[in-house]
Design a protein around this ligand. Structure first.
Ligand code: NAD
Length: 487
């Protein structure tokens, strides 16, 4: 079995305890991971705090921070194949997705490298004579970054990149389900030349997470994961009144009007729900389709879903790999069962693939006659599509917004004015029109409601890792009058 180490204060070390990570393709242990204790968490935060105030980091110019981030970007690009292999092994995410995604992760570091020396303060036209007032933008301090197991190199890059660009230091807690790529990333980071303690990488479950988010020296918690965990995190961070940014789940509507380019819409829907084996926060998991085209569209989707190549995640021909954990598969099975009981009809899939590993096939549930089916409101985080139909545009919008989440959405139509009305009406942080799942370091990403708050990506994300200091400077040489002498 391979063994991995945690990374604290610039050194690689074992933790007090260890746990096995399972290979989702076989369900058997393949590597030993360090389980951070509360004491390890404390050391990691202290290392980040010491680095934050050190002259090496605090005294470094923003331009130099940018150069280090650029070096990191190059190292990530060079090591992308190795990182992709590890992520595939530990999470079951298929190799063609991890390879493409990690190569693109380098672009996120490149983007924030360029932003580092463009985070500017401001000068205020103050309403008082002989006074100069300006705003300095300063880093918030130690950031706790907590990531889930899916796409963790991407989900950590959108936290580490802007935080370091702003001058913060970071402790990342990788998910206990599949921490290998994050722990390996630490080895790559170590070669980039940052001062020790600027980034620390640990792993462990809810206890390590709670110790990190309630630590008195943490200024900001950047979290990606489920809403229930987010509630724990907000409660814990209240100890220290740390700020939070929360990127949570979704139940995103994928709306298709009868004037859409149907071939494009079918392909986008297939990738929108079955890519990453459906384990994607932005999965277009509710197909909202106009009645007249529903049957033809569903027939085409069913055909594509049944033709999907399910197989070993390491195989370049594989299109759908295993789910990351058995827990995820059991959750999908239960939710399908209760949805069928509520009147949903199974179009295809629905049962676990027999044999070793946590495989689950592309599944479609027609809920046209079951608007209360739980599959329409609960996140699967698996390759399961729920379908509802509508007649009018107003009905489409009502169905789309009938969710406690608000992360992503897709609209397929050739009608320009209707597209604009939908863009205005949909309550979500992202609207994709005639496309789906496009992301970029330049564009903000995030949602509201049960999908959380805050944005990752873009300039705003870097500003969110800063706070403003107002500076007042009196420019008059006249003495300040004695306040107790009446004039
Ligand atoms: P999860 O919420 O179970 O775990 C996420 C992380 O939180 C893990 O590292 C876990 O160890 C940690 N954690 C657990 N309990 C904690 C506690 N009490 N305090 C602090 N940390 C704690 O999520 P998951 O099952 O790993 O991932 C799937 C979820 O993530 C889905 O809901 C999905 O939609 C969401 N997600 C969101 C985005 C986004 O950008 N919006 C992206 C990917 C995944």
């Amino acid at each position: 079995m391979q063994t991995f180490q945690q990374y604290i204060g610039g050194a690689f070390e074992d933790a007090g305890a260890a746990f096995d990570s399972l290979d989702p393709a076989t369900g058997t242990p393949w590597a030993q991971m360090p389980a951070a204790s509360a004491a390890d968490v404390d050391r990691a935060v202290c290392a980040a705090e010491a680095a934050f105030f050190s002259s090496e980091w605090a005294g470094m110019s923003a331009t130099q921070r940018g150069k280090l981030l650029l070096r990191l970007a190059d190292l990530v690009a060079e090591n992308a194949p190795r990182l992709a292999e590890l992520e595939t092994r530990d999470t079951g995410k298929i190799i063609r997705e991890t390879s493409a995604q990690i190569a693109y992760v380098a672009e996120y570091y490149r983007y924030y490298a360029g932003l580092a020396d463009k985070i500017e303060g401001a000068h205020l036209p103050i309403d008082k004579p002989d006074m100069e007032v300006w705003l300095r933008r300063e880093p918030v301090g130690v950031v706790a970054a907590i990531v889930p197991w899916n796409s963790q190199l991407f989900l950590s890059a959108v936290k580490i990149g802007p935080a370091l660009a702003a001058g913060c230091t970071v402790v990342v807690k990788a998910s206990e389900e599949a921490p290998a790529p994050m722990l390996e990333f630490a080895r790559i980071f170590d070669q980039a030349g940052f001062p020790p303690g600027v980034l620390n990488v640990i792993t462990g479950g809810p206890e390590a997470g709670a110790a990190l988010t309630s630590h008195a020296s943490v200024a900001h918690v950047a979290f990606t994961g489920g809403p229930e965990t987010a509630r724990h995190i907000v409660r814990n961070s209240a100890e220290n009144l740390a700020s939070t940014s929360l990127e949570l789940g979704g139940k995103s509507p994928f709306i298709v009007f009868d004037d859409a380019d149907l071939e494009s819409a079918v392909n986008a829907q297939v990738s929108g729900i079955f890519a990453a084996t459906g384990q994607s926060c932005v999965a277009g998991s509710r197909l909202v389709i106009q009645k007249g085209i529903k049957d033809a569209f569903l027939a085409r989707l069913k055909e594509k879903a049944e033709a999907v190549v399910i197989g070993a995640p390491q195989d370049m021909a594989t299109e759908v790999g295993p789910l990351c954990t058995l827990k995820q598969r059991d959750h999908a099975l239960r939710l399908i069962q209760t949805s069928l009981q509520a009147g949903a009809k199974l179009v295809t899939g629905g049962a676990a693939v027999e044999g070793e590993g946590f495989y689950f096939p592309p599944t479609i549930l027609d809920c046209s006659e079951a608007p209360e089916a739980p599959c329409l409101s609960s996140e699967f985080f698996g390759p399961v599509l729920s379908v509802v139909s509508f007649e009018t545009e107003a009905e489409a919008l009502e169905i789309a917004n009938n969710t406690a989440f608000g992360l992503a959405s897709g609209v397929f139509t050739q009608n320009l004015t209707r597209a604009h009305r939908m863009i205005r009406g949909i309550r979500a942080g992202i609207v994709w029109v005639n496309t789906y799942r496009a992301v970029s370091p330049i564009a903000p990403f995030g949602g509201h409601g049960l999908s959380g708050h805050g944005r990752e990506g873009g300039l705003q994300a870097a500003l969110d890792y800063t706070r403003v200091k107002a500076v007042w400077l009196r420019t008059s040489d006249d003495p300040i009058p004695d306040p107790f002498v009446m004039r």
